[in-house]
Design a protein around this ligand. Structure first.
Ligand code: BG6
Length: 511
């Protein structure tokens, strides 16, 4: 639709066309329900959806785990995690309604009896809660157990879509360890579920600010003309966390920063930043453009010069003494896992040729921040005295993904009461200041989309494989090196990362 030429959008009446998207009758079954993800994110997200009125009255939540719990014990766990981690306020009436559909199935993944009990539980919920025979199986478990679970689901007849009823599977990263293992995993899942029933979670795609990358680029006319190698000199995508690995040694060691978040979150951010405009936002069209840009993304020939890795040392951070990675509980003293990873990739197409994309991810950084920063070329000519522009800096456009959600533009401005001295300033858009609506948690959006069967925010198999194809050469090269370089906690990482950018004439941003 063409908008009327007006400075503001006249269609702003809030009582408008935005009907809420409410899930239909369904059951969410969570495998691995005693894990951190489930406790901190999934169960609270289910409650938040219920509290926002986005779940139907016919809804069930089933936990499956190796605990001798009764339904009430599991309900108590859900209750505690909701109280502790939910985003929205606790309302007894919402809780009571959710409670009616909460069930627990104790069992092991290789236990036929347990899956018979699960089947019976789903039948009972379909009957008593009116959940309509629609089931989403969320595998919040290590990939090594996917095979066992999906095979059991199939063997017990819980995977087929019949008479308009659906069964879907939701899988969490890591989607493999490298390209070959990702393909094996996929073969397992797709031997049981058709592609349209498989929902791969990359929770970054559920974040409002990540979806806004597309809104920003494609809803506006101002930015797209400069979004290319005529104007952009390089792009930095940063995911810095101030925390260490906490209690996640079992998951993290042997995985490391690159597999943990570059393979998925950061390469998805790269795809959204660099891709061409999709014909529409439906899943098939988005997929075409994301795949195209990932297929054009390659590591440079000199992998050592184009990457850096580090491991945090013991020291002080934020006034607190913190352990080094090797001293964390459960980490072998000779671990070579990186907690800092930076890579440079090139996007070999007309728009981006010659523009390096730098991706870095790390734990124990000075602060938690995720951002996509486009650094622009200098003006071809500066008609000022050289001494007046020393504080000009690099023009930049920064998409602030979190925690400080918004967008910043950095550019030069005249310093008042000087003849013509230029200094770098910024112009900010803040979500909090511009919208009264608060951002839902990524998992709220993604769980709702699974229940609605709405696929655009879920990476497809090809994207996952292309991402491994980009990362594998770095991983193979790193495997030949020994321990990563140490870096002090609360700093921006190892010297090799600084050198890596310096070689290209750039410096890392310190957000
Ligand atoms: C997860 C990683 O995918 O993302 C964690 O496995 C990381 O290591 C987490 O801490 C960060 O998520 P967020 O949403 O807080 O940026």
């Amino acid at each position: 639709m063409t908008r009327p030429a007006s400075w503001t959008n006249p269609l702003r009446d809030p009582a408008d066309y935005r009907l809420p998207r409410i899930a239909g009758p369904s059951v969410l079954v969570i495998f691995g329900v005693t894990g951190d993800l489930s406790r901190k994110k999934l169960m609270p997200a289910v409650y938040d959806l219920a509290n926002r009125g986005l779940l139907p009255p016919g809804f069930g939540l089933v936990g499956f785990a190796r605990r001798e719990w009764a339904d009430q014990d599991f309900a108590q766990q859900v209750h505690d995690s909701v109280k502790q981690h939910a985003r929205t306020e606790f309302r007894e009436e919402v809780w009571q309604q959710l409670l009616e559909g909460i069930r627990f199935v104790p069992g092991q993944f290789d236990d036929d009896e347990a899956f018979l009990r699960l089947k019976e539980t789903l039948r009972e919920l379909d009957e008593t809660q009116g959940t309509g025979g629609n089931h989403a199986f969320y595998l919040s478990i290590p990939p090594s157990s996917f095979d066992a679970v999906v095979t059991q689901l199939k063997r017990h007849g819980m995977t087929e879509n019949r008479n308009g009823q659906w069964n879907r599977v939701v899988i969490e990263k890591p989607f493999g360890h490298d390209l070959a293992s990702a393909q094996q995993l996929d073969a397992v899942v797709s031997s049981v579920f058709p592609p349209e029933s498989v929902f791969r979670i990359d929770h970054y795609l559920g974040k409002e600010t990540v979806q806004n990358v597309l809104a920003f680029r494609f809803a506006n006319q101002m930015f797209e003309p400069i979004w290319n190698n005529n104007y952009v000199s390089h792009v930095q995508i940063t995911m810095a966390e101030s925390i260490g690995i906490g209690g996640r040694a079992g998951y993290y060691d042997g995985i490391g920063a690159a597999r943990d978040v570059i393979q998925n979150h950061l390469l998805q951010l790269l795809a959204l930043t660099a891709m061409e405009e999709p014909n529409s936002f439906d899943a098939a069209q988005l997929r075409v453009e994301k795949q195209k840009v990932l297929a054009a993304t390659r590591p440079p020939a000199d992998l050592d010069a184009a990457s850096a890795r580090g491991q945090y040392l013991a020291g002080w951070q934020g006034g607190q003494q913190v352990k080094g990675y090797l001293d964390e509980d459960g980490i072998p003293a000779d671990s070579t896992t990186e907690t800092y990873a930076a890579i440079r990739v090139d996007v070999d197409n007309r728009r981006w040729a010659g523009v390096p994309f730098y991706l870095r991810a790390a734990k124990r950084m000075p602060r938690r921040v995720t951002e996509v920063a486009l650094g622009f070329k200098s003006a071809p000519h500066l008609p000022f005295n050289a001494s007046d522009t020393t504080a000009l800096g690099t023009n930049a456009l920064v998409l602030r993904i979190q925690p400080d959600e918004g967008i910043t533009m950095r550019f030069g401005a005249k310093v008042p009461s000087t003849q013509m001295e230029i200094r770098e300033v910024s112009m900010d858009f803040d979500y909090g200041g511009s919208f009264t609506e608060s951002s839902p948690e990524a998992y709220e959006r993604l769980i709702l989309d699974v229940l609605l069967g709405d696929p655009p925010l879920f990476p497809q198999r090809e994207e996952v494989e292309l991402s491994w194809q980009i990362l594998d050469p770095f991983l193979d090269r790193w495997a030949e090196h020994g321990r990563p370089e140490g870096y002090a906690p609360g700093t921006w990482g190892p010297q090799s990362a600084v050198d890596m950018l310096a070689r290209d004439g750039h410096t890392w941003r310190r957000p």
